[in-house]
Design a protein around this ligand. Sequence first.
Ligand SMILES: [Zn+2]
Length: 307
Amino acid sequence: MNLRIVCAGFALALAVGAAPSQTIEQLQQRLGAGASSPGLPMRGADIPLVEKPWEKISDQQLFDHGKVALGYDPKAWKHAETDHFVVHYRRMTDAKKVVRQAEFYYQQIKSDLQVTQDRFDRKNHIFVFEKAPEWQQFLSDARINAWAAGVASRSELFFLSRQHDDFAAGTLAHEITHCIFYRFVGKPIPLWLNEGFAEFESGNAYAKFKGIGGGKRGSGKQGAANFPLRKLLEARVYPEDKEQIQEFYRTSERLVRFLLTKLDRKQFVPLAMKLADGASLETAVMEIYPGKFKSFDEFVERYQKFD
Ligand SMILES: [Zn+2]
């Protein structure tokens, strides 16, 4: 899978990344048989969808890219909605496939974050384009790189349906995670945190969606995850070198997995909020986990022993 994705608005800068590829077999190897969360279905349930005219959709607020995608004629799209998502589509089969995953990931992420309520009174909007020419037109109008296969921006997701190929594999989980996480923080967060959390959940939630376990480990065992910590924390754009990009993603995931699985999970969202407000990781860690580490050096030491 060599799809190239733009993970835009949620990160501090619009930049380009190549999401590491993953197959179910790789995930099974990496994840082992983790424990599932009680009360959550192991697989996404089918969600009844009813096509509605745009005027009847309960949340019509769109960010800039969403306005471009909807265009001047909302009737050109079909629309439907679930509890947390509005989906704009051409083919009902695409819409059903996407919302089934999206609602499943929403519940899984909420459970993983141990949060009962998100901060968003809006719905996520997902646009599923059917034909390449209209997709290219959207990319051009929204001033996005013409090679992008999908765009995640703030709480919105845009992608071209791949009718003969399963775009839905881990890549969609990664992209939807960006949009869902936005509901819990509602502000731009550092690049490593954005990508690390999406990588973690694209292993974790996707594996659960497919009914192949999942739990503690995300996608960190795909190779070395030793991107220098200081460079990782300061990054505003992705590294240019392809190998370095992969390592950047893996290391981001490793750091997020450390924070989520080794420290108080309930404090992950407060930590993300602090980082979104501009605090350094050092300041945020020392404030959010008081008494846990004598110094930030001790935090770094513990993280470096973690794989
Ligand atoms: Zn991403």
